[in-house]
Design a protein around this ligand. Structure first.
Ligand code: SF4
Ligand code: SF4
Length: 104
């Protein structure tokens, strides 16, 4: 009985494909656990209303890219939350060092 032994280049290509597959799988699992799939969040969100206190907000913009619903936008020198888009996940509060994002 003969065994098929791939040459070195074929072996390397297979290793790369398997590694990429593992990396992509880990990324997808990580995205799911972080709620990047919106449905996950909607199941977990509360009915709290999040709002940015303009007297505390420095306008740093750290919170804007964190919002998966694009509910945070520039509003003059500070930022504000669109309550019609906000799903009350609370992620934005983690990045605000001024504690400007409040729950009403
Ligand atoms: S992270 Fe906080 S201080 Fe910075 S823009 Fe957002 S609400 Fe304002
Ligand atoms: S609570 Fe969630 S959905 Fe609402 S503004 Fe913050 S990050 Fe966006």
């Amino acid at each position: 009985m003969e065994f098929y032994i791939p040459d070195l280049s074929e072996f390397i290509i297979r290793c790369i494909i398997i590694t990429l597959f593992i990396i992509i799988s880990i990324k997808l699992i990580n995205m799911y656990l972080n709620g990047l799939f919106i449905g996950t969040y909607e199941n977990e969100c509360s009915d709290k209303i999040y709002s940015i206190n303009k007297s505390l907000c420095t306008g740093c913009g750290n919170c804007e890219p964190e919002c998966l619903r694009s509910a945070i936008s520039k509003d003059g020198n500070t930022y504000s939350i669109d309550p019609t888009l906000c799903i009350s996940c609370g992620i934005c509060t983690d990045v605000c060092q001024e504690s400007a994002i409040e729950i009403l």
